[in-house]
Design a binder for this molecule. Structure first.
Ligand code: CUK
Ligand code: CUA
Length: 652
């Protein structure tokens, strides 16, 4: 029998969300089946009105695009995760610090040069501990052009180009041995900030840990970014030496505070562990004091000091020594409560919000007041290194009673701040005006970072917030003892906040993410002109034109000029001699969107992704005689399986 949706709806009318009621009222004689049996579905799947409401806010039908991109750090995975909002569908993993086979990233084309461009202590690195993505900004607003990410374990910064979602550059300095306050950009992306976390002798090398106070140091690097070139310019970058406290997160001032940089520190106790050597463990030693120091840096002045050459070059980096920073009045400290973590500048730039991990408050510092006190040199003391200290009460606007363990803060467009509260495992929404909590929502479980749409820009969007939870516990079907993290999408458009969606993140601990309006991005769909090399951003000198394919033996080995097109490689037989070095130059000569080919050569670790128009170069040694099939790794056409050939390595 056929029941109308209206008759199904009526007994539960009061339970139905607005959109369903509208459907019921608007189409009383809609036939059953398909989508009409909503209530039956709700009953069968045991869904509440709240569940259906959440589903309606996130469900994105086939072919419809998401309104926002979320760029999340891939944590241990060393890649960048691109997620659509509100659907929470994963759109891409971008290889950054780790090889990414699907993109051919790190497999011999110039991406291998990018991936391998920074070695540390003589080691090739194949992973990273990525924490904080930073979208490029113009005037304090995301411009959708680049995104920067850091590697905490092996201090590096990567530049990802958002025109093709490809990593174009990785830089690192031996000045520091770890980072954490990275990557953060200044409001016009003049600089990318990278701050060391764990003090060590500057420039590397050994010093006894007992000489921590004298020989160990922190530093903040300002990597100069050239928007024309889309590259960091190491030679124009500089650093500021800092005392051996563990500098934590950082943020750049904006609008009225543009030109200032703020950075937390933990361990002003200068504890360095030694729990088998008669000293307290690092953790216990580092949480003795009630206050640590918020670092306030005058970037404009630092830039001028660096330009005037008042620097020392250490490990190739121009460094403003600590004494110079003090003499030039470009560094001051302000006490901050117990084991601070997040430092987040408000959208209007007038305040900095700091969360203390062992505190129950967020502390709101007044940026203009601090600038004034520093300029007037109204200091109340000095740290052991001579860095001037501002009076805590004089520097703050106030504190907000949040709950136990506030970490990070993000902002909406209505004057509210949202703070992640780790121990209490909630998001606390509070008013920047009167510093009062208005609402809390549970997270599952133990939230780390959180991010609202464009929440760290001068013009947040509100609407959506994502809680990035460290623990997932019972939220998903069990997968063994190593659990994914849990991204929870929360609707913050109205009160109360509503949990919409749980998304498992199963490849590392993402830490931070940023959310940008989708229409700010204008990615290309094919490489133009044909033969384009994404890493040099020009037509490659070895690009191969259809009809000009050839194999040439030269002094440095055998050069193979190859094209790929549906559904063949030309040449499809490559003959070399055992011991030859092979230089493969492959151009995908197609211009149809999504007509991607791959090229894999067995036993030689050769794996290329050939997007339309793209050119790849790869060099490898054919050292063992044999017959090695090569083939296309993307199902590109009906005769994809026939898109293959042979590398014939003849005995000498
Ligand atoms: S950190 Cu991980 S939750 Cu590296 Cu920004 Cu706070
Ligand atoms: Cu080309 Cu499959």
């Amino acid at each position: 029998m056929t029941m109308t949706i209206a008759s199904r709806c009526s007994p539960f009318a009061s339970l139905l969300p607005f959109a369903l009621l509208a459907a019921c009222g608007g189409r009383p004689n809609a036939p059953a089946g398909g989508g009409a049996d909503v209530l039956a579905l709700m009953q069968a799947r045991n869904l509440s009105e709240q569940d259906v409401n959440a589903a309606l806010k996130t469900y994105t039908p086939t072919g419809r695009h998401d309104e926002y991109y979320q760029f999340a750090s891939g944590g241990h995975g060393g890649n960048l995760i691109v997620i659509g909002l509100p659907s929470m569908r994963i759109l891409k993993y971008v290889g950054v610090f780790s090889p990414e086979p699907w993109q051919g990233y790190g497999y011999g084309d110039q991406s291998g040069d990018v991936l391998g461009s920074v070695q540390r202590a003589g080691h090739t690195l194949t992973w990273a501990d990525m924490h904080h993505p930073a979208l490029s900004e113009t005037g304090g607003d995301y411009d959708g052009k680049w995104i920067f990410v850091n590697d905490k374990a092996n201090p590096r910064i990567a530049v990802v180009d958002l025109s093709d979602f490809v990593t174009k550059q990785i830089v690192g300095s031996e000045l520091i041995q770890s980072d954490h306050g990275a990557a953060f950009v200044t409001p016009n992306t003049d600089y990318v900030i990278e701050t060391a976390q764990y003090p060590a002798p500057l420039g590397g090398g050994y010093a006894p840990i007992e000489t921590w106070n004298e020989n160990y140091r922190g530093a903040m690097i300002f990597w100069r970014f050239d928007k024309q070139k889309g590259r960091i310019l190491p030679a124009e970058s500089f650093a500021i030496e800092l005392p051996p406290y563990m500098q934590d997160l950082a943020d750049a001032g904006k609008l009225v505070s543009d030109g200032w940089v703020y950075c937390n520190s933990i361990d002003v106790e200068r504890a360095y562990g030694g729990n088998l050597e008669g000293r307290p463990s690092l953790e216990a030693g580092a949480s003795q004091n009630d206050m640590d120091y918020l670092h306030v840096l005058n970037l404009r002045r630092a830039e001028a000091v660096a330009k005037a050459g008042k620097t020392e070059t250490i490990a190739g980096m121009r460094v403003i020594r600590l004494q110079t920073a003090i003499d030039e009045n470009l560094l001051a400290f302000v006490p901050e409560p117990k084991s601070p973590h997040g430092v987040d500048v408000t959208p209007d730039g007038t305040a900095v919000v700091v969360g203390g991990k062992l505190d129950t408050h967020t502390t709101v510092y007044d940026t203009m007041q601090m600038a004034k006190l520093i300029e007037q040199k109204q200091f109340v003391g000095k740290d052991p290194y001579g860095v001037p200290i501002l009076d805590f009460q004089a520097a703050i606007r106030g504190q907000c009673e949040i709950g136990l363990g506030p970490l990070h803060t993000t902002f909406d467009d209505q004057g509210f701040a949202y703070t992640s509260v780790f121990i209490e495992t909630v998001v606390a929404k509070w008013s920047l005006k009167d510093l009062k909590v208005v609402e809390k929502i549970d997270t599952h479980f133990n939230i780390g970072h959180l991010v609202a749409a464009e929440g760290d820009t001068v013009s947040p969007d509100g609407r959506f917030l994502v809680a990035m939870n460290k623990w997932a516990l019972d939220r998903f079907a069990p997968v063994g003892p190593l659990l994914p993290q849990n991204f929870q999408l929360i609707d913050i458009a109205g009160a109360p906040m509503q949990l919409l969606y749980d998304m498992p993140l199963p490849l590392g601990e993402p830490h931070y993410a940023q959310i940008i309006k989708a229409d700010k991005l204008k990615p290309i769909d094919v490489y133009k002109p044909i033969g384009f090399n994404p890493f040099t951003e020009a037509v490659d000198p070895f690009a191969t034109v259809a009809g000009k394919e050839r194999i040439e033996r030269k002094a440095d080995g055998v050069h193979v000029y190859m094209t790929a097109v549906r559904s063949h490689f030309t040449p499809d037989i490559v003959r070399v001699k055992a011991g030859d070095t092979v230089h493969l130059h492959v151009t995908n000569v197609e211009q149809a969107a999504d007509a991607t080919h791959g090229l894999a050569i067995g036993s030689h670790n050769v794996n290329l992704s050939l997007e339309p128009g793209k050119h790849c170069n790869v060099t490898f040694k054919a050292d063992r005689a044999g017959v090695y099939p090569f083939y296309c790794t993307e199902f590109c056409s009906a005769l994809h399986l026939e898109m293959a050939g042979y590398l014939l390595v003849e005995p000498q």
